[in-house]
Design a protein around this ligand. Structure first.
Ligand SMILES: [Fe+2]
Length: 372
């Protein structure tokens, strides 16, 4: 057997190459959009790519699965419930994929998203029991995948976690993320074991009600450009440029400059609709960071643009993305709406029928770029 974990520092994602050294067949799980690294490894090791598997439709990074399928003629595999515009091999719970002497056993572990699967790796000549499990964004190291990315369900996540933690202690856990917006309390280690998580994952000993409220309180905002990235991964759009891949220096202004902004400046609040509705700087329009790439035509190029969020983290990333797209007159408001509020300045209300978002500002609520 051959196994390699590949970590993408930009988005906190992990992808995997598993192969049989007997048959030279390989599978790649959750590939990043940059497929060169896998191509090089396949060539170097003389492996033949048989399967490309996405554990779920990713909302925070563009998948390289279809590019690998096209390049190598591999079977592209997703859970049978995925709605995509392109053909794929549908997988169901309990199914096994043969990879030489190895068996890749599918476990349906919904919660982060309804279609999420984990992959148990069994090497029968060594043991009838699995030795490792690739958990996508179901079980993370010290955490579980957040359930609010569309179609997710915290109660289902509870069931999936319970199911995974019934695996033997020794099973090594390799998650789809070691950092990033898909969880909110990841440890940062790139792997763990079932036994360790059963004992020390803070969510593992919570009963269902407490688990659900832990998962739904204080979540990070939806990732930068999530709408465009998810649509691209479903085949509904072709926007791989929606990933933030650069780290330009963004000019920042304080709330005094915000108050004195030129009359033709456009003020964009990139927070979630529920945050905006319950108090925003007067004159700001709402364009959530999750929708920025898909609504890029609403951002003018011929006027100054000020970006604003709760504390200045999301607006900085959003401004970096606009600069990556060639915008020149973009600034981020340091301290954000919180600084405006703290200075006792007036706030406007929007449609307060929209439920208030319980969002926590986080450096990781984005789809790439480096953390400051
Ligand atoms: Fe995810």
């Amino acid at each position: 057997m051959y196994f390699k974990q590949m970590l993408d520092e930009r988005c906190g994602c992990a992808s995997y190459l598993v192969a049989s050294r007997q048959s030279r067949e390989a599978a790649i799980i959750d590939p990043a959009v940059d497929t060169q690294q896998y191509q090089a490894l396949l060539a170097e090791r003389n492996f033949r790519l048989r399967y490309v598997i996405d554990t779920h439709v990713h909302a925070d990074h563009v998948s390289g699965a279809r590019a690998l399928r096209d390049k190598f003629g591999a079977a592209l595999c997703l859970h049978q419930s995925v709605q995509a515009t392109y053909p794929f091999r549908p997988l169901s719970d309990g199914e096994e994929l043969e990879l030489g002497q190895l068996r890749l056993r599918v476990l349906h572990t919904p919660g982060h998203r309804a279609e999420l699967i984990s992959i148990l790796i069994v090497n029968p000549p060594r043991s009838p029991e699995p030795s490792m499990v690739l958990t996508g964004d179901s079980l993370l190291v010290g955490d579980v995948g957040r359930p609010d990315f569309g179609g997710g369900d915290p109660a289902a996540q509870y069931e999936s976690l319970t199911r995974l933690l019934r695996l033997p202690d020794w099973v090594a856990v390799f998650p789809g993320h070691f950092e990033g917006p898909c969880g909110k309390g990841m440890c940062g280690r790139p792997s763990t074991t079932i036994g360790f998580e059963r004992l020390y994952n803070p969510l593992a000993r919570q009963e269902r009600g407490q688990f659900v409220s832990t998962l739904t309180d204080g979540v990070p905002a939806r990732p930068l450009n999530m709408t465009a990235i998810e649509a691209t991964n479903r085949g509904l759009a072709d926007m791989p440029w929606a990933m933030l891949t650069t780290s330009p220096q963004v000019p920042e202004v304080d709330i005094e400059a915000l108050e004195r902004r030129p009359p033709d400046a456009l003020l964009i609040d990139v927070r979630e609709p529920g945050e905006y509705a319950h108090g925003h700087v007067p004159g700001a329009i709402n364009l959530p960071q999750a929708d920025l790439a898909s609504r890029l035509n609403e951002v003018p190029r011929d006027r100054p643009v000020l970006l604003l969020c709760e504390r200045g983290v999301r607006s900085y990333r959003a401004a970096q993305f606009l600069m990556q797209m060639g915008a020149e007159r973009v600034v981020s408001v340091r301290g954000g709406t919180a600084a405006w509020r703290a200075a006792g300045k007036p706030l406007a209300l929007g449609d307060t029928r929209i439920e208030k978002s319980l969002v926590t500002e986080s450096a990781w609520t984005h789809a790439g770029g480096s953390c400051s």
